[in-house]
Design a protein around this ligand. Structure first.
Ligand code: TIU
Length: 374
């Protein structure tokens, strides 16, 4: 269905440094090295001393990207950084670099590190290839070096590449640069890639699209999705929102998946502290500033000091508090709202709570809140 309608249509994505245009029929999605060896504990990434949890947020976003690409009938390529079991394709320099705790080919909890066919060398469960998708085992960081990728793409008439995967500044960047030098027009999906070092990721994104797109373009998944389905409401509140033009949504960076995950996690910690009557944690989540406002059911509080004083004196929330409905919305990376309807076991009224959250260097904080009963 979607395939016949859209595979030949030009899709225009709001991207950096300017709009990126592609046609699904001549575009491939390249998912770089979403392997257990990099994403899970006990693999190559951890052997190099890295915190592998930094990569997990890119997995569900890449799964959503794969779904979009498959719906459009795009060519899909999955790469694996993988060596032959006799290591004949692994230069000594790579074997010894970094003095790792475990070397390539050594036994680890997921089999021999970075060796073809070992459990750790497989793709993570959420990102398994479908039959017919292309799998490229690569001995280097780049997807083109020592692989048949270029011939495969040429046979298929591919001119444009969308990139996702790990790690942003190592295998993804190397592959995108190799592709750029071979004449492909490349778009990196910002939230479908991750690094063990978040500041390296940000620097890499900036390097890619600097100088008028010297290596290519970058865009969020929501921008891509808005370009593909301009009519579809992107928000998590399908019934009541007005449709926004897709350009506006992507400029606002509405509901970037990894931002929403962080925002909801802060909200859940706050909610847990509320139910536990953990006053110290509740205090910590409110921005301690004269500008902070909290309208409670029976009080108007202006400033962090007034809110803190009220909290010390107030009773715990009624028992049986339950969230009936919740809408979280983020804009960009550091701003969002969380609105809930809630009930309690002994109250007939519906409670309403709206919070405005901002991400400060120390974490997400509530800068304004309103609670009422209806
Ligand atoms: N170490 C690191 O950041 N990355 C790699 O070794 N390979 C990939 O990026 N796939």
């Amino acid at each position: 269905m979607t395939l016949t309608l859209t595979s030949g249509k030009t899709i225009t994505v709001s991207a950096k440094p300017y709009d990126y245009c592609f046609v699904a029929a001549s575009t491939a999605l390249i998912v770089i090295d979403m392997q257990r060896d990099f994403i899970e504990a006990g693999g190559f990434g951890e052997a190099l001393g890295n915190d592998v949890s930094q990569l997990s947020a890119a997995v569900p976003v890449t799964a959503a990207l794969l779904k979009l690409a498959r719906e459009l009938g795009m060519t899909v390529v999955h790469t694996r950084e993988a060596h032959l079991s006799d290591l004949s394709d692994c230069p000594p320099s790579k074997l010894t670099r970094g003095n790792p705790s475990c070397r390539i080919g050594d036994p680890g909890p997921m089999g021999r590190i970075l060796i073809r066919g070992e459990p750790g060398n497989d793709f993570v469960p959420a990102l398994q290839p479908l039959p017919g998708e292309i799998i490229i085992d690569k001995p280097g960081k780049g997807a083109f070096y020592g692989t048949p990728l270029q011939e495969r793409l040429q046979q298929l008439g591919i001119t444009h590449l969308l990139f996702a995967g790990v790690t942003t500044e190592v295998c993804v960047q190397t592959s995108m640069r190799e592709a750029n030098d071979r004449g492909y027009e490349c778009l990196l999906i910002e939230d479908a890639t991750a690094s063990y070092f978040p500041h390296f990721k940000q620097a890499t994104l900036a390097m890619m699209h600097a100088q008028g797109g010297i290596v290519g373009w970058t865009a969020s998944l929501s921008a891509l999705s808005a370009a593909i389905n301009p009519k579809k409401n992107e928000s998590n509140n399908a019934e009541e929102q007005h449709e926004s033009p897709c350009e506006e949504i992507s400029a606002l960076q509405l509901n970037l998946p990894d931002v929403l995950v962080d925002l909801n996690s802060a909200f859940e910690q706050y909610e847990h502290a509320l139910v536990q009557h953990d006053v110290a944690t509740l205090d910590q989540f409110f921005w301690f500033n004269a500008q902070t406002v909290r309208y409670g059911i029976a009080e108007n509080l202006y400033g962090g000091e007034a809110i803190r004083t009220y909290r010390l004196a107030c009773a715990p929330v009624p028992p049986g508090r339950r969230i009936v409905r919740k809408v979280s919305t983020s804009f960009g990376h550091d701003f969002g709202t969380v609105s809930i309807e809630f009930s309690s076991s002994d109250a007939q009224n519906v409670g309403r709570q709206m919070q405005t959250w901002v991400r400060f260097p120390e974490g997400w904080r509530i800068v304004a809140a309103h609670v009422s009963l209806m």
